[in-house]
Design a protein around this ligand. Structure first.
Ligand code: SF4
Length: 408
């Protein structure tokens, strides 16, 4: 019989193949005399970076890594030849409380393979959250990965107990899902996401009307595996744009496919470069906070794939040199946000400074990490690049230099 730590070891191995984990934007829960713990308001949790760059941890665990489904890309699939383990509800509750009391985590991210039926599995997932919240007064963060085919009442109960719910779309295109995950149905997954959106929006309205409205998960997210099929970055980002627009998702997570043991012949033998995942996150950020749309981000890319050497904003600027240099003393906020190296916070500070006086390079040295990177793209009171944005070798100058890894 395996003990909890041995089971955790097995699950940690399975977790290598699932990189999604986050929880930014959770509503705060504060402890009272009968409860323990709290979540910091608006922070990201679990090896994801919050807007303030703080990294917060969750206990990320599976109820079981056994699954009756046979999704080709998943190490937990029924035909996978790996060690299996299963936690009881009580074991997950005890582990969560144990780690939490030792200040090792700020919450739980619970997922599970499907055992016997989607409903039976979802009941177990919900039972963990219920025990934590109602028997132990747990006010830490809870993220539950839900099963789209489970009964709506169970998803509603999960929403009542969790800070965030997620339903994975798994792959960017429904046609690939149909090919690689025979028991899954892309339309059912999207229907479940639409239902969840309705409930989340409804609960938000109820809370506006009454502070006593019952709690419900404040957001939903999803995950896409990248590199298990032939979908290009343009396709991946197009799917994300649709998901954000249609289901009000707080995040789409990109998880680079990792070749699994005894993999199906339908899967690639090699993992995509990890940098691909990173570039997709950067492009996703441009979609959500910088006013870009997908055609802008991918225009000029080769075969619909993002440039691995340059971040997507710099790549866009190089492909649109006619729009530069940008006069920092006059440009609207939307254009400031398109300057490589200028983030949302710096753009807003520039707007505040220039209300009082002209902006000088010295101001930028206080506001930005690297003024040098901005110089080809900006004009300010005491700086104007002479042909810098037009130089043929600008790209070479902007590509970060490869650095020798330290052996120590
Ligand atoms: S349903 Fe989920 S856990 Fe089961 S095989 Fe598919 S991806 Fe893996």
């Amino acid at each position: 019989m395996l003990n909890s730590l041995q089971k955790l070891e097995i699950f940690a191995d399975a977790a290598k193949y699932d990189a999604s984990c986050a929880s930014s934007g959770a509503a705060p829960r504060t402890a009272d005399a009968k409860s323990i713990g709290s979540t910091a308001p608006g922070m990201g949790i679990c090896h994801a970076y919050a807007p303030d760059v703080r990294c917060i941890s969750l206990l990320k665990v599976l109820l079981t890594n056994y699954c009756m489904f046979d999704c080709h890309y998943c190490v937990s699939r029924v035909s996978s030849n790996v060690a299996r383990a299963r936690f009881s509800v009580k074991e997950v509750v005890d582990l969560t409380l144990g780690f939490y009391r030792r200040n090792m985590i700020e919450g739980l991210f619970l997922s599970s393979g499907i055992v016997r039926s989607p409903d039976e599995t979802m009941e177990q997932v919900v039972a963990v959250a219920r025990s934590l919240r109602e028997e132990h007064g747990f006010r830490g963060y809870i993220h539950l990965k839900t099963i789209p085919d489970a009964a709506p009442e169970l998803l509603a109960e999960a929403g009542r107990l969790a800070d965030r719910l997620s339903i994975n779309v798994e792959l960017p295109q429904e046609s690939d899902l149909a090919r690689l995950a025979l028991q899954k149905d892309g339309r059912r997954i999207r229907k479940a996401m639409a239902n969840l959106r309705q409930r989340i929006d409804g609960a938000r309205e109820d809370r506006k009307r009454s502070a006593k409205a019952p709690p419900f998960s404040t957001s939903q997210s999803t995950q896409m595996i990248v590199g298990a099929d032939a979908a290009t970055d343009a396709t991946v980002l197009g799917t994300s744009e649709t998901l954000y627009g249609s289901y009000g998702l707080s995040r789409v997570y990109y998880s680079a496919f990792s070749p699994i043991p005894d993999a199906s012949k339908l899967l690639p033998l090699q993992a995509p470069p990890l940098m691909r995942e990173h570039r997709l996150y950067q492009a996703d950020w441009l979609l959500r906070y910088y006013g870009f749309n997908v055609p802008e981000i991918v225009t000029g890319t080769r075969d619909g794939m993002l440039d691995l050497q340059l971040d997507p904003k710099t790549a866009w600027a190089l492909a649109n040199r006619a729009q530069f240099p940008v006069d920092l003393n006059r440009a609207p906020r939307e254009m400031l946000l398109r300057v490589p190296g200028l983030g949302v916070r710096v753009a807003d500070r520039i707007l505040a400074v220039r209300k009082r006086r002209g902006l000088h390079l010295e101001d930028l040295t206080r506001l930005c990490r690297s003024v040098k990177a901005l110089l080809p793209f900006i004009v300010c009171t005491d700086w104007r690049p002479t042909k810098l944005a037009d130089t043929a070798n600008l790209r070479e100058r902007l590509v970060p230099r490869a650095t020798q890894l330290s052996l120590l």
